[in-house]
Ligand binder design. Structure first.
Ligand SMILES: [Zn+2]
Length: 238
């Protein structure tokens, strides 16, 4: 077959078209994931989509999440993230891999798209592994806290912009998200006491579980930000 310049040009255009189509398909997972999540409810101002039937107690979870979000320093009534519940861990892993992330976390937020993906498997296994302790923390395995945590990250993105938000150190980014997500719930808990929280953090025996030591790094960041904000009166800005 004689290869002419015109034929090479046609191949190039076909290749370019295929690459653009593939890239569009790739972006659609983050920006337009609805076909993968056919179940949908609207409640408490949240839009929720799920790959399988939405769990029966999700409206209560969304009421709790709304309560948590309402207590956040950076919440100004802006629109919330859309929530995509991955009841299939395979689907959650797939979305994370496409985003180039590890998939051990409870959720993945795609702030520019306004979408957050949650792993039912991870959230529930964290709660079971840690026996729901410490309460008012990400280790509790609470759906409403996990949702509020991602909303808190998103509010930081909106506050300072994506570039700046990415440069925030992990202790502040994660600690502030956990602190924000649990501020309203600690305020409503008459038994809550920051000193015993600190004691719990420092007590090695409390972090031993049947499957070894529980990683308390995130809880340390949470308690540090809580100390700076609740005790020292600092804000997100400083
Ligand atoms: Zn986080």
């Amino acid at each position: 077959m004689k290869v002419t310049i015109r034929r090479v040009g046609e191949w190039f255009l076909w290749g370019l078209g295929a690459a653009v189509a593939l890239f569009g398909l790739y972006l659609s997972v983050f920006f337009f994931p609805y076909p993968l999540f056919p179940h949908h409810i609207e409640h408490a101002g949240f839009s929720v989509y799920s790959d399988r039937e939405i769990p029966g107690d999700f409206e209560r979870i969304l009421d709790e999440a709304r309560f948590r979000v309402g207590g956040m320093e950076l919440y100004r009534g802006a629109k919330d993230l859309r929530i995509f519940v991955c009841r299939s861990q395979r689907l959650f892993v797939f979305v994370n891999k496409l985003a180039g992330k590890g998939h051990g976390g409870q959720a993945l937020v795609i702030s520019v798209a306004g979408n957050a993906f949650f792993s039912e498997t991870v959230i529930e296994s964290v709660g079971q592994r840690n026996g729901g302790r410490p309460v008012h923390s990400r280790l509790e395995g609470s759906w409403s806290a996990a949702i509020a945590h991602e909303v808190a990250h998103d509010l930081v993105f909106s506050e300072v912009g994506y570039g700046k938000a990415r440069r925030i150190p992990a202790w502040k980014s994660e600690g502030f998200a956990d602190y924000s997500a649990n501020l309203a719930s600690t305020g409503a808990d008459s038994d809550y006491d920051f000193r015993s929280r600190l004691g719990l953090l420092l007590d090695d025996d409390s972090w031993q579980s049947g499957v070894g030591f529980i990683d308390r790094r995130h809880f340390r960041w949470h308690v540090l930000v809580e100390y700076l904000c609740s005790v020292k009166g600092m804000t997100f800005a400083g």
